[in-house]
Design a protein around this ligand. Structure first.
Ligand SMILES: [Mg+2]
Length: 393
């Protein structure tokens, strides 16, 4: 007989009965990609883990929901009947047994959503927030920075104005024409117009989005552009180079007057190790809905801490991704920002109590069981063909 870890547990096991995914369609926010996302494309999905105790946990995945549904079929024999109260052991089982079948891709993305949902269940069963379960809460509030796409300079005032009016105090602008027109004057004008629209007190970050297809620039552009960004008090320069150019990232980080950020496209803890060990980043931005979930991201963040690298979460894809990022923001020392996409119905339109900024532009980090948020079934139903399986616990 194999050893059963829960045999002497004080918490009776809660068995996984089924896991379902709902692809989100119809309002997918633009990504600034050269092959732009269309509203009807699926790039985000919600996951529900149903248990025999009648408790359901929820998670989020940043990839095509139809891929997530296919991955769940592959993973089903591995998770069915597992104890949902052991997130790290169960998801490590899924990682280890799918080594040969697309690790780092769709399967890892899907395991991310499962892992987030299992932590949600463990919190709901124990009455503890995920942040508490991860070891303790360092903060009760965190600053969301509003992510917006770049447009031509004369448009940037109107791009940021509605979100400034909503109370955001930190902004990131990215993608769009920046770096894509071989026009350093245009790049500077976009940043200058945005800084003027925001005023001197707001934080501003810049993300050219070099993980886009066929990014045209290289190290020399990134070095020159970093100098320009320093003129406008830009807080970091993100994805300034193609996502596999580790040597150039190391060179850029050493030379740049502004901090260098990246890592959103990396998956699995093992992938982050060389980037952190070699000093490629000042700031690492793992995406909890892609890297393998909370269990995986927690190890990445602690590794970053030990290398002296700042962590800022990239789990903005849905309200559940943001909820997971909030719990992770409180679980490590020194986290002061979380990404928040401006104007996505998948974030603003699917919770019973949508996220709301306080007067200082901060978000509360819920200290309620699990992720501490509740999906609104009617809101979710607007963006997926059939939401019922998510709620049919
Ligand atoms: Mg980015």
């Amino acid at each position: 007989m194999p050893h059963h870890p829960e045999a002497r547990s004080t918490l009776p096991p809660v068995r996984i009965r089924s896991i379902v995914a709902a692809p989100l369609f119809g309002e997918s926010p633009k990504g600034g990609w050269s092959a732009e996302i269309q509203p009807e494309d699926s790039i985000h999905a919600l996951i529900a883990v149903h248990t025999d105790a009648g408790i359901t946990g929820y998670g989020s995945v940043f990839t095509d929901g139809r891929l997530v549904q296919a991955a769940l079929q592959v993973l089903e024999p591995l998770f069915r009947g597992e104890n949902a109260l052991q997130p790290e052991r169960v998801t490590e089982k899924l990682h280890q047994n799918t080594f040969w079948m697309g690790r780092g891709g769709t399967l890892t993305h899907t395991i991310s959503g499962i892992d987030i949902a299992l932590w949600d269940i463990l919190g709901k069963v124990t009455g503890l927030s995920v942040g508490t379960l991860l070891g303790g809460r360092y903060i009760d509030k965190v600053r969301p920075y509003c992510s917006l796409l770049m447009e031509m300079p004369e448009r940037m005032h109107d791009v940021v104005a509605p979100y400034k009016a909503r109370g955001f105090k930190a902004f990131k602008i990215g993608w769009g024409p920046f770096g894509r027109r071989n026009d350093p004057g245009l790049d500077r004008a976009i940043i200058a117009a945005t800084r003027e629209a925001l005023g001197a007190d707001m934080q501003l970050f810049v993300d050219p989005g070099a993980s886009d297809a066929h990014w045209p620039q290289g190290l020399k552009w990134a070095l020159r552009t970093a100098e320009m960004l320093a003129d406008y008090q830009v807080g970091w320069f993100e994805e300034a180079l193609k996502p596999d150019a580790i040597d150039d990232f190391c060179t850029l980080r050493r030379a740049s007057p502004v901090p260098i950020a990246g890592g959103e496209v990396l998956t699995r803890r093992q992938s982050f190790q060389p980037w952190l060990a070699r000093g490629a980043f000042d700031i690492v931005q793992p995406d909890v809905t892609k890297v393998g979930g909370i269990s995986e991201q927690r190890r990445i963040v602690w590794m970053a801490q030990d290398f002296g690298v700042r962590y800022v979460g990239h789990g903005w894809n849905t309200a559940l991704g943001v909820a997971a990022d909030l719990q992770m923001a409180t679980a490590f020392p020194g986290v002061d920002l979380v990404e928040f996409i401006g104007g996505s119905p998948y974030v603003d339109g699917i919770l019973r109590e949508p996220f709301a900024l306080d007067a200082d532009g901060l978000l509360d980090i819920p200290d309620r069981p699990g992720l501490g948020v509740e999906l609104d079934p009617e809101g979710v139903a607007r963006y997926t063909p059939d939401a019922r399986p998510l709620f049919a616990g």
